[in-house]
Design a protein around this ligand. Structure first.
Ligand SMILES: Nc1ncnc2c1ncn2[C@@H]1O[C@H](COP(=O)(O)OP(=O)(O)O)[C@@H](O)[C@H]1O
Ligand SMILES: [Mg+2]
Length: 380
């Protein structure tokens, strides 16, 4: 299925397909794998949409990993309690075992006995299935302990990636970090990758001496893919399909999109679609593609706006219009956008930063998503 789609458009958005459609990251892949194969836990930190999750998935597909490790990818973005976390972790571990018909799989429900109720055989295929609801995790700490016991007993070392790790800080239970840390230290058979996009939250977790994860992982920061590297990748995908792409198209969009991988891929996907067979994509295509993307994102953007207070919306609009704002509480900025007091701007700003709609770099604020920024200016 995916192969057919990539035959139509090789610029994949939101999914890891294979090496062919994955741009570079060779150094980062090597570094991450080296840390993991040497038993070092890693904290992978980068702003949203630069490619942390994809990098981890890419690493997990490399033979050094597939031949020697069991790998688990757990995205905890949507979790809000320890119970949720244990649920997604159990699922990830179990799903990984599904294709295997060996003793290790059998062992799962022996060791993770608290989930035995969920063990069912599929009526049609006779295959075991994981039919557990959240509510079945009645003692999350017990199940967690069992999962770790199971991992410890595995016949290969395990790599567990916990994506959107900062989410753990929002759980109502206050001991989750300490609990995980203890298991992590006791389990000699597992190495962890913690990925997160909120730099200050991650830094607080891993760099503060009074926090459970203090000094427990090597920090690895991910930057944008280099412009030349991305240009080469994009141009060659066009050429493989009998189309061509002007280099200055890449230069221009790389600049406009700040080299953020996800936006680049969206843009290239659209530009590729707009370019007829045998034709060359030039900078003239950019405004059309840009408009198409704003159209497709329209519902999402409206939804995001609907979740903001009018003060927050006002501030967002002011930032979008200004492009980048240095002195956000200066009288001039407040007055020219009729934003009220500095303190109300501060509190609105906190929310916008927290939701990662606005980003701060060198004391300068801007809207993170350039398409969204453009959309706001056009709609409000
Ligand atoms: N190396 C890459 N080559 C091509 N596309 C990529 C690459 N890395 C990321 N992407 C694209 O960017 C999107 C965002 O990447 P993702 O890993 O989800 O970011 P993050 O986890 O940092 O928020 C992916 O859905 C994918 O479309
Ligand atoms: Mg991610």
């Amino acid at each position: 299925m995916m192969d057919r789609l990539t035959e139509i458009n090789p610029f994949v958005v939101g999914k890891y397909v294979s090496d062919r459609y994955f741009c570079d990251r060779s150094k980062e892949t090597e570094t991450l794998i080296r840390h993991l194969t040497n038993g070092r836990h890693v904290a992978l930190i980068a702003p949203r949409r630069l490619g942390k999750s994809e990098l981890i998935k890419h690493c997990f597909r490399q033979t050094e990993m597939t031949d020697n490790f069991y790998t688990f990818f757990v995205d905890i973005y949507a979790t809000s309690t320890l119970q949720d976390l244990v649920y997604v972790l159990s699922r990830a571990v179990y799903e990984q075992l599904k294709p295997r018909a060996d003793a290790w799989r059998e062992k799962f429900f022996q060791i993770v006995s608290s989930l035995r109720l969920g063990f069912k055989l599929d009526a049609l295929t006779g295959e075991p299935t994981f039919d557990i609801g959240l509510g079945d995790i009645s003692a999350p700490d017990v199940t967690l302990q069992q999962i770790f016991a199971y991992i410890a007993a595995a016949d290969r070392p395990c790599v567990i990636a916990i994506d959107e790790f900062q989410q753990i800080g929002n759980y109502p239970e206050k001991n989750v970090e300490a609990l995980l840390r203890t298991h992590m230290q006791q389990c000699e058979n597992a190495v962890f990758v913690f990925a997160g996009s909120k730099r200050h939250v991650m830094a607080q977790m891993f760099n503060s001496p009074n926090q459970p994860f203090y000094s427990s992982a090597i920090a690895m920061e991910l930057g944008p893919i280099a412009r030349d590297t991305y240009a080469e990748f994009a141009m060659s995908l066009f050429e493989q399909r009998g189309k061509s792409l002007n280099r200055n198209v890449v230069d221009q969009i790389y600049e406009q999109l700040h080299g953020i991988t996800w936006f680049l891929q969206m843009m290239m996907n659209e530009l590729f679609a707009l370019t007829a067979d045998g034709q060359c994509c030039t900078v003239d295509y950019i405004p059309v593609a840009w408009q198409q993307i704003m159209n497709t994102q329209d519902t999402i953007y409206r939804e995001m706006m609907a979740h903001l207070s009018s003060r927050q919306k006002q501030l967002l609009q002011a930032i979008a219009r200004a492009g980048a704002v240095k002195e956000i509480t200066s009288g001039r900025f407040l007055q020219s956008h009729k934003l009220g007091t500095a303190s109300s701007v501060q509190s609105a700003l906190r929310v916008l930063l927290e939701r990662q709609l606005v980003t701060q770099q060198d004391r300068c604020y801007s809207i993170y998503d350039p398409f969204f920024s453009h959309w706001i200016v056009g709609h409000f």
